[in-house]
Design a protein around this ligand. Structure first.
Ligand code: FES
Ligand code: MG
Length: 566
């Protein structure tokens, strides 16, 4: 890489007449109305992700404008370009299936087009991980901007935010405690502004992680989508991208074992999304970095939950921002962090945290001596039912179910679950353990089906939580005593496929274990003639089925994790 930004000469083909290639590029740029003077400046690419199917990115045009303003003010040429956009609730069978497609699109468009640095603008659940995965592999100087969280709505004086309250109200409706008129009224008050889900779900967790890694400007993760400061942050991000074009610090300098451990500490202390464990594994995997579950559990046992937000606690992202946001949290977590990590501008974390904060709202961001919980929000489980691990969000679970032994009630797949879960004749009791098979990455693209509904007849009798186990994911905004990401998944012959109705399962959060109480020889016998389902013959789904990895490897494609960076 040369010392000076190459501007429009970046990525010129290296065959034929190079002067002609430059001449051609300039003349086509002219057709976009760009003066010759501007063409000699550094170029900042802006990966933008607006879509009529992505409500969370509704203000994308305003953000792109503000980034462009910053880039121009700092003396470079902004060039927005589109990539795939993933609006969480509009994608079938699941957005997770397309995260790697977006990562590939992002990587390839950064690499193929002439730019000296890049601003990534994303927000909704899969978009930030996809952009970071792509950027790590493209390895051009990069900065992330998030769209910011939604503000809350109101219903009969109660604040509502997507999507923890969506689930809370729907559970009441299923249990018969509210009627169809009321659920209809609530529907219109859950998602009332642009921006990502209003709680500490996957999108907000990933925004906090991007800032902790050093990939976004300090203090920007939690600014509400509709706040003027969000546009100011966009403008500042544009200016920073121009500085990056000169400094040449790339994601592989910023995302290291140490910054990933810092990100895990933050994930654990915000009571963040289970999905973030997988996305971080995928980002790290692009650099050949792997954090074993034993280390993850060590971090979790040391790191208290400090942030009191839904789904694990009480508040919304707007409260977190007003309370001091990531600046306050990182200062509180200081004793746990590697302070010699750098951000995209080369600033060390201890420099970023040197200024003391004027004020912190202690109702939302607690101090280390008065945490929400003494241990981190997530734990990894192993045992004969999950030899390669599973994830449990203890911060959003019922403590009385942490040490459980129960009878398995098994659903063989997504259709079986939909067909039978509300069957009045289903043989199920409150102390049973619900098991869903064949909803993992290979079988089904790993949908958010791990939040199995409480069977209607039990919900109506007042049962609010049960132990549920699957190889699926759950939404970062969901809650309950739910074991997820069981690996290997049932469809590839993991022991989850061997569970039969009536088997007994033991869960122990204290021992971080989950076991099928059936002897090994019998498990082996049941799995002996297991065959994985066929991979689709054509198209992206064929590529997906042939190459997707299991959850502990972040469900990346095998060929994208090889060889680290370019
Ligand atoms: Fe986009 Fe929740 S639907 S963040
Ligand atoms: Mg979500």
């Amino acid at each position: 890489m040369s010392d000076k930004p190459l501007g429009m000469n970046n990525g010129l083909t290296n065959y034929g007449d190079l002067d002609f290639a430059r001449f051609l590029r300039r003349s086509f740029a002219r057709s976009m109305g760009i003066s010759r003077e501007m063409l000699d400046k550094p170029v900042v690419g802006i990966a933008m992700t607006p879509s009529g199917f992505n409500n969370c990115h509704r203000y994308m045009p305003d953000l792109v404008d503000a980034v462009c303003r910053g880039v121009l003010a700092a003396g470079a040429l902004p060039r927005p370009f589109p990539t795939v956009s993933l609006g969480e609730v509009f994608l079938n069978p699941t957005s997770m299936m397309y995260r790697n497609l977006m990562a590939m699109d992002t990587e390839e468009m950064i690499g193929a087009q002439p730019m000296d640095s890049v601003v990534l603008i994303g927000g909704c659940d899969k978009t930030v991980p996809a952009q970071l995965m792509g950027a790590v592999s493209a390895n051009l100087p990069t900065i992330q901007l998030v769209t910011g969280p939604m503000s809350t709505g109101r219903y009969k004086g109660q604040r509502l935010g997507a999507c923890t309250d969506c689930r809370g109200f729907w559970a009441k409706y299923r249990a018969g405690s509210i009627d169809s008129r009321e659920i209809k009224a609530v529907e219109g008050q859950l998602s009332v502004t642009a921006g990502t889900c209003a709680v500490m779900g996957t999108a907000s967790t990933m925004a906090c992680i991007a800032e902790t890694l050093g990939m976004s400007l300090p203090g920007t993760a939690a600014i509400p989508a509709v706040h003027a400061d969000r546009l100011v942050a966009a403008e500042e991000t544009g200016k920073a991208a121009v500085r990056l074009a000169h400094s040449k610090i790339t994601p592989s300098d910023v995302i290291t074992l140490k910054s990933i451990e810092n990100a895990l500490r933050v994930l654990l202390s915000v009571g963040g999304s289970t999905n973030a464990v997988m996305h971080l594994a995928a980002i790290a995997g692009r650099l050949g970095i792997r954090i074993p579950f034993s280390r993850f559990n060590q971090l979790s046992d040391e790191t208290p939950v400090l942030v009191d937000l839904k789904p694990a606690g009480e508040g919304y992202m707007e409260d977190f921002h007003a309370a001091g946001g990531m600046g306050a949290l990182l200062r509180e977590l200081r004793p746990f962090l590697h302070l010699d990590t750098i951000d995209v501008e080369g600033r060390r974390l201890d420099e970023r945290l040197a200024e003391p904060l004027a004020w912190i709202d202690r109702a939302v961001i607690r101090s280390l001596d008065n945490p929400v919980a003494g241990v981190g929000g997530l734990v990894a489980l192993t045992g004969n039912l999950a030899p390669q691990g599973a994830i449990f969000k203890r911060a959003a679970a019922t403590a009385s179910l942490f040490e459980s032994e129960g009878r398995a009630v098994v659903f063989s797949g997504l259709e079986d679950l939909s067909r039978r879960i509300d069957d009045p004749d289903l043989d199920v009791r409150p102390d049973d353990i619900l098991v869903l098979q064949n909803a993992g990455p290979y079988a089904a693209g790993m949908p958010e089906a791990g939040y199995l509904p409480i069977p209607k007849k039990l919900a109506r009798a007042g049962v609010k939580d049960m132990v549920r186990i699957s190889d699926a994911r759950m939404s970062g905004t969901a809650f309950g005593s739910i074991v997820l990401h069981v690996a290997p998944e049932a469809a590839v012959g993991g022991p989850l496929a061997a569970v039969r109705n009536g088997d007994r399962i033991r869960l122990s959060i204290a021992n971080k274990s989950m076991d099928l109480l059936v002897d090994d020889a019998e498990i082996k016998r049941r799995l002996a003639d297991h065959r994985p389902p066929l991979v689709p013959a054509r198209g992206y789904k064929s590529l997906y089925g042939r190459t997707v990895l299991q959850a502990p490897d972040g469900c990346d494609f095998d060929f994208l994790t090889r060889n680290g960076t370019r």
